[in-house]
Ligand binder design. Structure first.
Ligand code: 0O2
Length: 275
């Protein structure tokens, strides 16, 4: 197949990967902005390289006409979670989305591969709009923890290096590392709620501080500078106490002050309109 045709074939897959990454990154952002814990920690994606597609076609004896149907991971999205529990949350989420149709599930958490590989895979259908009209394509979504991803990345590089001749002592090391990853994931799960609480309160504090600074910045434009300076000093004092509740109350007061200035501005504007 000519390069130009490969480009045409792969273009919708690239679009799907870009759209899905954007959507899942937005999901993380929305959670953070609302001070909520996000079950998704990171998202990446890729379109399979032509050489990797050719290799798979050869290995599985797939003819060109069946390429898009039989190679399910031309478009690949990887979702990284902090905890095993989050993986199942993400799966639930995928099942609820209107823009995703789950075709197939491969649960390598309950059915660990011989290599020691653990991950949860979904093959989904996803619609993209191309200049030739809508196109329904397959995307492989791999969902795994940070620890599982570390193991898989290292193992994948070694597989690539040794092809099918990985030395036994390295295989053994990888198997024992896979067990260690499982133990680590279990240990982390046992402190999940503590970690989530800590991360949530950190995010909530960060959001309140951002709101306060935004309010102060806006007040600088409309209020008396000395007054705003006093407000700023007051903020620093409260900030040092590390008391989030106090910060929240202070922010509410600032909202009321800002609202007052906004109301004044509106009254002034309407007076101009009357004249
Ligand atoms: P790449 O380079 O990541 O694209 P197959 O696709 O035929 O190999 P199957 O049944 O179609 O196998 O899919 P499977 O086994 O679910 O594998 C899909 C992808 O999961 C692989 O894609 C890998 O990315 C990953 N994976 C599966 N098994 C392992 C493993 O033992 N170790 C690691 N590190 N990753 C694994 P590709 O196309 O093989 O590779």
């Amino acid at each position: 197949m000519e390069i130009q045709l490969w480009r045409e074939l792969l273009n919708p897959y690239e679009l799907a990967v870009n759209e899905l990454i954007l959507k899942f990154r937005h999901f993380i952002k929305e959670h953070k902005e609302n001070g909520l814990y996000s079950p998704i920690e990171q998202v990446t994606g890729r379109v399979k390289t032509i050489s990797s597609i050719l290799e798979k076609m050869q290995k599985k004896q797939i003819p060109f006409e069946e390429l898009e149907e039989k190679i399910e991971d031309i478009a690949g999205i990887r979702i990284i979670c902090q905890f095993v529990e989050d993986i199942y949350k993400v799966v639930e989420l995928m099942n609820q989305r209107d823009d995703i149709e789950v075709k197939l599930v491969k649960d390598y958490l309950n059915n660990v591969k011989d290599s020691g590989y653990r991950s949860y895979h979904l093959i989904i259908y996803y619609n993209v709009q191309t200049i030739k009209g809508p196109k329904k394509i397959q995307v492989e979504i791999q969902i795994r923890t940070l620890a599982m991803d570390f193991w898989a990345t290292v193992e994948h590089s070694l597989q690539y290096k040794y092809k099918h001749n990985m030395p036994e002592h390295i295989k053994d090391r990888l198997t024992s590392a896979a067990h260690a990853v499982q133990v680590l994931d279990n240990e982390m799960s046992s402190v999940r709620s503590e970690i989530m609480d800590a991360q949530n309160s950190f995010q909530i504090k960060a959001n309140v501080v951002a709101d306060i600074l935004n309010n102060i910045q806006n007040l600088y434009k409309v209020a008396n500078k000395r007054e705003v300076s006093k407000i700023q000093d007051e903020f620093y004092k409260i900030y040092k106490t590390e008391d989030v509740e106090k910060l929240k109350r202070f922010n509410k007061q600032l909202d009321i002050i800002s609202e007052g200035y906004r109301a004044q501005a509106i009254t002034r504007e309407s007076m101009y309109e009357i004249r």
